[in-house]
Design a protein around this ligand. Structure first.
Ligand SMILES: NC(=O)c1ccc[n+]([C@@H]2O[C@H](COP(=O)([O-])OP(=O)(O)OC[C@H]3O[C@@H](n4cnc5c(N)ncnc54)[C@H](OP(=O)(O)O)[C@@H]3O)[C@@H](O)[C@H]2O)c1
Length: 286
């Protein structure tokens, strides 16, 4: 008789990827960790642990070997020693391609994010190696999940509210938005491929398209004709102080980046765990 596989410990269970993972019809049993109460949909066989990962108290788990780190890597890295003591021997954790894209930003806060990601990745790897935990790092690009995220869904909200989306310049910079559900499935696929142990992967979405085309797809996903307003970059910068709070990304530096290509190679992930994410065709209520 086959044994029931042990559940996966899901750190950051309420994150975008966590929400998509819990909603998968064919997912394994999960033990969610969050500072918040359990959401709807915690099935019999799942568990929910209310815990702060920054708290040094032991995690109340037994006979669980595998953890998914869906919280920020700077939250997961300091928890690795506690996870090892709880019996975890394998972790798949998420970082971000912002490690690369924000490293040369003109904005101090953005460079600090890139630096924090880099330091936290290093700390995560060192702690896992020291504890004998098999690790994999996944770095998504821009994550979306219709109605849930603060990027693409915010663009849809803007289109619904104002009927128009402004762009800094032509919006020619290339993007590769990635769906949270593809990332949830990707993390599970990593666990089936031992070659991924001790490796880090950039995880772009299935389609590379300009920022402008991405915005047009958002309109199309609402069944609307795209209305895009091209604003000269200097005007964007000046106008940001007034209109910035309505705009996705919420910093002036984003305007400069709309002309820049932020693209990554999915080849290593395709090769090692069959990474095949969807094209960018989001659907939103009109
Ligand atoms: N959003 C993006 O576009 C994007 C792009 C690239 C990479 N990423 C990475 O992908 C992952 C998921 O991103 P996300 O935007 O969905 O989530 P997020 O906002 O970065 O993370 C929020 C999650 O972390 C948990 N968390 C934070 N501090 C915690 C603590 N002290 N103790 C316990 N849990 C804690 C939160 O749980 P509770 O609040 O429920 O406790 C929540 O589930 C993250 O690693 C993120 O850095 C995100």
């Amino acid at each position: 008789m086959s044994q029931t596989p042990s559940p996966l410990l899901c750190l950051g269970a309420t994150s975008l990827i966590g929400g998509a993972l819990w909603a998968l019809p064919d997912r394994p049993r999960l033990i969610g960790v969050s500072r918040r109460p359990p959401p709807e949909g915690v099935a019999p066989g799942d568990r929910w642990i209310n815990a702060d990962l920054g708290d040094p108290a032991p995690l109340p788990v037994r006979e669980v070997e595998t953890a998914l780190g869906l919280a920020p890597i700077w939250v997961v890295a300091p928890a690795v020693d506690r996870l090892a003591r709880a019996g975890i021997t394998r972790i798949v954790a998420f970082s971000s391609t912002s490690r690369w894209t924000k490293a040369r930003s003109a904005d101090d806060a953005e460079r600090e994010i890139a630096d924090r990601l880099a330091r936290s990745e290093d700390a995560f790897i060192t702690a896992c190696d020291r504890a004998g935990i098999g690790w994999t790092l996944l770095r998504p690009t821009l994550i979306y999940r219709e109605g849930q995220d603060g990027n693409v869904s915010r663009l849809a909200g803007l289109a619904r509210r104002f009927g128009v989306i402004p762009l800094a310049g032509t919006g020619a910079g290339l993007r590769q938005p990635v769906h949270a559900q593809d990332l949830a499935r990707g993390a599970l696929a990593v666990l089936d491929h031992p070659v991924t142990r001790g490796r880090a992967y950039d995880l772009p979405g299935g389609e590379t398209l300009s920022y402008r085309a991405m915005v047009e797809r958002v309109f199309e996903g609402m069944g609307r004709r795209p209305v895009v307003l091209s604003v000269p970059p200097q005007l964007w910068r000046a106008g940001f102080a007034v209109a910035g709070r309505f705009l996705p990304g919420a910093n002036a530096q984003m305007g400069a980046r709309m002309e820049a290509d932020l693209t990554f190679d999915s080849g290593p992930a395709q090769r090692d765990f069959n990474w095949r994410p969807r094209d960018f065709r989001p659907r939103f209520p009109a």
